[in-house]
Structure formats: C-alpha cells, structure tokens
Design a protein around this ligand. Structure first.
Ligand SMILES: [Zn+2]
Length: 329
C-alpha cells in the first residue's frame, strides 16, 4: 500500500437556498463520544468509538468528528448533511462504497462548503471544510461531500490516472443527486453543457494520462465518463450504462481501499456491460488529444443551449439515453 494517498478538491460552491432544520436535536442512530484530536491518525477500527457522531447507512459506518470549538453549527445540520450525502452515493452504487469511513469536518470562517479531500493513510478519511455561516439550504444542496464520497468507490489507480478519479467524481455527483431527487435534472445538464468544454485539450496538450491542468483533470475526466456512458448505452440498446460498470468495479475491488491497475479496473467495468467501451475509449484518449464534436453530442442527446430555460428535445436520436442516465436504474 502507498504511504499517502489523497484526492483533493478545493474550490468554492455557489450559494443556494433552502429550509432550516431544528438545531440541537439528536439524530436517530447517532451516538456521542469523545472526538479525536485534530491530526491524530484514526484507524478504521477505533474510528467508530472515537468519532463524535456515528451514522449508519445501509450497514456502513460513517464516523463524524467536528472541529468547531465555538459550536457555531448545530450538530443536527451536519448529521443530516452527512447522512443525506451518504444515502445519495449508496443509492447510486447499490450500497455505500466503504464499510467504515471517518468524516472530519473542520469549521472555518465564512459560509458554504469550502472544499474537501479524501485520503487513505490510516483508514479512509474524508476531510471537509465548512464555513461557520453555512445555511441549511447550502448543506441540502451541497455537492462537495457527495463528490468526496464517490471517490471511495474507485480503487487507487495512481497519480497518472487522477483524471479518471476526479472525472468520475465530477460526473457521478450530478447523476447520483439527480437520481436521488436532490438536484434538478435540468441543472445537471446545464452544468455539463456549460462545463464539459473546459475539459477539451488545449493546443500542445497530450492525452489524458499526460493531463496536469485542473480543467482537464476534472472536466476532461467527466467528459470521458459522459462519452463512455452514452457509448455503453448505445451498444447495449440503452439497457445499462456506466453506472452498471462502476457498481461492478466497486463490488469486485472494494473501491478506494484497494490499489489496482487501470486496465484491470476498466476490464471489470466492460465485463459488467458486455462491451469494450471503457478499454477502447481509454486506449484512444490516454496518449492522444482528441477533439470531440460536443455540439453534435448535445444535439444527439437533445440537450438545448440552456436547459434551465429551454426544453429538452425528446425526439433527438439519443433522447432516451439522456433520460436513462439520470433515471434510477
Ligand atoms: Zn475529487
């Protein structure tokens, strides 16, 4: 096992609105114990006993500790947020992607959810920073913790393939939240349509395995996932998509706890869909910069220029594929 593994994410979340929860109430299935000291490595074994709050989701244990000396955020709000995020990810994968994970919440100045990272140094840990002025609505509409939890479902593939880890987390976050009813389908496609072009290669850039820029790592990786999802659905008559591949990868590898070769992981995904889409797409893009026609892709899927204000085209050739992507399997 490697000495240190981290998948990081630090960028601001757009503000959202919502409804406040009752502060201070005790959560079902939650128990209070002593919090670990900040920076103190906690193993999976003792995590459950030392976390300030224990949340159980479909048999998985999330050990939540909060570094908030001023008690500026009601514990119930944080508990609801962690549990909802875990349920979104568990629903997408057919189970939460790790038996035990520690969630370390650090409260900082300002508002919103400020960033997160997922590590596997001594047990799985999600570190997440929350502004002390965060609202219930911001937590209800948060994508950062869902993104971090999605990281738990893919094995460690090595730094060279970080684009796949980040791309998957970026892509799956929107789909999983839409399937769960936590995010509007129109909002997901509006973001894809607006942000996927950021993932296209700039002149002089090589393939995905040579990617070092933020935009191409996150959105180039997400575009890889969208193209693979569409291609799998085209080849299987829209029977299954990328979700089936990702579930199989989690089931057969154990997710982020394991270290695997990217070719083996993609093969597992392909076997689950009865295609070669993932391996073929990786072979085509790993060392060569491609320039896919995104306008054509949106047209085939029936995604308008601005899905927030324009209707989807349900007569587009791949409209059924688009609808299936954000529908529960
Ligand atoms: Zn990430």
């Amino acid at each position: 096992m490697p000495a240190s593994r981290t998948l990081g994410l630090v960028f601001a979340l757009a503000a959202a609105c919502g409804v406040a929860s009752a502060p201070g109430a005790s959560a079902t299935g939650a128990s209070a114990t002593a919090a670990p000291a900040p920076g103190d490595p906690v193993t999976a074994h003792d995590c459950a006993e030392r976390a300030s709050l224990k949340i159980t989701v479909q048999g998985a244990t999330l050990c939540v500790s909060v570094d908030d000396p001023a008690h500026s955020i009601a514990q119930q709000l944080l508990n609801d947020w962690v549990e909802r995020s875990a349920r979104i990810v568990a629903a997408y994968y057919g189970g939460f992607p790790a038996p035990v994970v520690q969630v370390r919440i650090q409260v900082a100045a300002g508002g919103g959810v400020r960033g997160g990272r997922t590590t596997n140094d001594s047990g799985l840990v999600i570190h997440i920073i929350v502004g002390h002025d965060v609202s219930a609505g911001e937590l209800a509409n948060d994508w950062v913790l869902v993104h971090e939890m999605v990281h738990l479902a893919l094995p460690e593939l090595g730094r060279r393939h970080n684009w796949l880890a980040e791309g998957l987390a970026t892509y799956v976050e929107g789909v999983a939240r839409a399937q769960f009813g936590n995010r509007e389908v129109t909002d997901v496609w509006a973001e894809y349509r607006q942000s996927m072009p950021k993932g296209l290669s700039q002149s002089g850039e090589g393939g995905m395995d040579d990617t070092s820029s933020w935009a191409r790592t996150y959105w180039g990786g997400a575009l890889f996932c969208l193209q693979a999802d569409v291609a799998i659905r085209e080849r299987t008559g829209n029977r299954v998509g990328l979700q089936a591949a990702l579930r199989a990868i989690l089931r057969q590898t154990g997710g982020y706890r394991a270290e695997r070769n990217i070719d083996d992981v993609l093969q597992i995904g392909d076997a689950a869909t009865g295609t070669q889409v993932l391996r073929d797409h990786y072979r085509e893009t790993k060392s060569t910069a491609l320039a896919p026609d995104l306008e054509l892709l949106w047209r085939r899927l029936g995604v308008p220029q601005n899905p927030a204000s324009q209707p989807f085209d349900d007569h587009a050739p791949l409209a059924a594929v688009r609808i299936a992507i954000t529908s529960k399997p």
